[in-house]
Design a protein around this ligand. Sequence first.
Ligand code: ATP
Length: 958
Amino acid sequence: MSPEPADRGAISHPAPGPTELCTGGPPTDVMASTTGPPRDQPGAPCPCIPSLAVSDVFTALDASPRGLTPAQAAARQARYGPNELPGVGRGHVWMRLIAQFTDLFAVVLLVSSAITFLAYTLEQPQDPATLQLALAILGVVLLNAGIGFAQEYSAERTAESLQAMVPHTCRVLRDGEPRELPARDLVPGDVVLLEAGDAVSADCRLVEAHEVAVNNAALTGESDAVARVAGPVPAVPTLEARNCVFMGTDVVAGTGKAVVSATGTATEFGRIFRLTAAAPRQKTPLQLQVAAMARRVAGVALATGAILFAVRVPSGQPFVDTFVFSLGVMVALVPEGLPATLSVSLAIGVRRMARRHALVKQLLAVEALGSTSVVCTDKTGTLTQAEMTVVQVWANGVSHAVAGVGYAPVGEVADAGSVRELLRTAALCSNARLVPPTSRDGWRVLGDTTEGALLVAAMKAGLDPSVEEARSPRVAEYPFDSVRKLMSTVHGDADGTYRACVKGAPLELLARCDAIDREGTRTPLTEASRAEVVAAADDMAGQGLRVLAVARRRVPGPRPALGDVESKLTLLGLSGMYDPPRPEVRDAVDACRRAGIRIVMVTGDHPLTAEAVARRVGIVRGPAPSIVTGAQLDALNDDGVDALLAGSAELLLCRVSPEHKMRVVTALQRHGEVVAVTGDGANDAPALKHADIGVAMGASGTDVAREAAVMVLLDDSFASISTAVGLGRSVYRNIRKFLIYLFSHNIAELVPILVATLAGFPLVPITAVQILAIDLGSDVLPALALGAEPMEADVMDSPPRPRRERLFSTAVMGRILFLGGIQALGVCAVFFWHIHASGIPYADFTRDDPVYREAITMVQAGIVVSQFFNALAVRTDRQSVFRAGLLSNPWLIGAGCVGIALMAAISYAPALQAIFNTAPLAPADWAVLAAFGALLLAAEEARKWVLRHRSGSPKGGT
Ligand code: ATP
């Protein structure tokens, strides 16, 4: 859960804390009692802050309970700078460049280049071709390092810019008004409003705390939640002060107010952050598989070089020549650019997802998304718009309609007088605020939308929430949590008495009531009246409404125990609010169904509400979905949960808490499912971390959830998850395409060399420099274009890829051998056809022979041209490429043409002819090669046709 340093942005301002503001002036022995490294930071916060009384805190920090004025805030912003930490230095640029030369491939290549150069100096007479090879290998290393460095740099920039898109805001009081501000705008003296799920954005001293608990793991490594209070505590080491909260930590329970004591680098987190090195970037399983394959191919290359050397030396070839030749072949066969192409392809996927509102924080998620088989989704905000409107209020057996939509307090409550007390109580027990319309937005809610809707209903009934609050000021609060499913506040009345206002899920609240209000009279609850309330709640829930019950009671004093507040309550009635489904979700649910992805709705809401919404968006279609409540889950052992998950495909989990979510995710994973799970609250963090893909809400979720997740939805919509899954699948397919493309031509490079050696031909059919020209020249752009192919229309038409499926599956290896085999056959044919047609005996051929030069040019051009057709062929697995659109990826066609143009230059430009020992090809030669390429495409089309007709379906897995 520890926040990414990059989260905090990058600045270079020193951000002194407000020591100078502390009038108390800490005694020296207090200073000495703090732990940790010496406070070398100018203006680090005064250690006496924890021991001050609340009123003195404001004086010491030159703050006010109403918050700073805009002018004060601006002055402090100018003085202390933004509340950010400098970007993490990932090492000096030169060091990072040098690091590119230290991987295994680079070392092997550097040593090879050095040996080749040594051979050149020892040769008598010296052969310029040997020098060329030494330089070419060195060129390969430099090029590779350059590509690797640029790629790493761009990946870092992408990651940083994505991080910057994740909202990081906080709520502060400025001039008495709550405002939502970017965290970087916080200054010392600001009064911050905190609630469960918030990340703490600066070091603060609490001045008000209602059941506040924080998780200090990022600072202390201690992951248990610790309680925080507002009153003074003895001067202890700052980090241990129970009335302080620190930047980088999370509020996991409660609500509170705190005054900022230090920002930016002057915070405790800033101090530690300066000492911390950047975490190493982890490789994804896909990258590891490709790296392993590349190593295996490098092993084959090494063995081939050794075999060639062993075969050629006894046949009388000069020793140094043979050594240089074998080394060249080995170097040429090493798949140099592969890891970089892979990373680029993954990064393209990440960028595409970001454009579709899904921010992926780790490359790992891109590939896991592609194999997602179950999505456990929340309801409010993800499937619905989270635009709550109270449409019905039920009290004393009568249902009252509420007119109007959205948060504009315009509309009537039928017979408002009889529900005014209910709505007054609900409004008092709310933390949300209504924000009047501006020129840009209409009426908005700051805070929880459920509570915002209750405020709107109260206003429609003629109440003014701020007047009610002034008349009965709040003296205590017991915040909402998704386990109790209740929220309570205590208010002082003008007559000196105190009352508790409680609202929450109907069944939970009803269980704590012993009376019901009948036209202002407290009447004991009977079985019959309980049943009447439950029936009314069920009726509202059956219409898809979110139902909240409201109750109250007298309490003896300002701070009663929670058990006293939430018992023996008098029920005032129910409110039902409508939250329209998101219009785009139905299609996204259809896509997931076609893609064989199971959708499990997980909600804290009533089962009937859940079912009604699930039917509206298409998650439930059958007559009997399996609807299970949290309490029922509790009664099951692990086998029972397994049986439940193996049952009806349409599963709704209702009235559950985040712990239940975690249990279901674990059980699904036990069944081998790849699980994506959404979450917004602080308590969702464990499930988000445990799931294969934790998905947090960017617009409405908490900071804690966003930190725990690997994907953040900027628009909160389920449709973005479905799109991201499609893009994840498409990235995987594209990677497979370019791997088949790249590895198959390796066969076409290797086989002719082996055949020529075995046939006793004294020279090579393709030189190392030519192979390097293919691998690092003509093949690079088409491979990238394949890695960036657009998402195919049928990507969601096949079931999810099994979790254990390897990238280099039997089918993929078979395809590499099939395509590579045809290419190898073709180039061997053109080479020996040229050699034999000349009638010259094998032994008489020399490097400079025009026939030999033409033959090796044909081999190189044969590979380049056939790769052009190969690139088209690998675009689909089973579907005909003609059906998919032969020219539908113009980048690929362009990239292939660049490769052929490069080959033409190597064949015709005298300077390049000298380097590559090539000869000009006749138009007829090109025609032969094109025909051979077309043959490759035809063979591949025939293979796909057989596949399609064997399985009886033209679709499925491209
Ligand atoms: P969803 O799937 O709709 O997002 P959830 O899982 O987030 O729901 P919770 O927010 O835990 O569900 O809410 C569970 C129940 O608690 C709601 O049905 C409602 O009755 C009640 N509830 C929700 N918000 C509040 C609140 N602010 N104060 C009191 N009760 C609430």
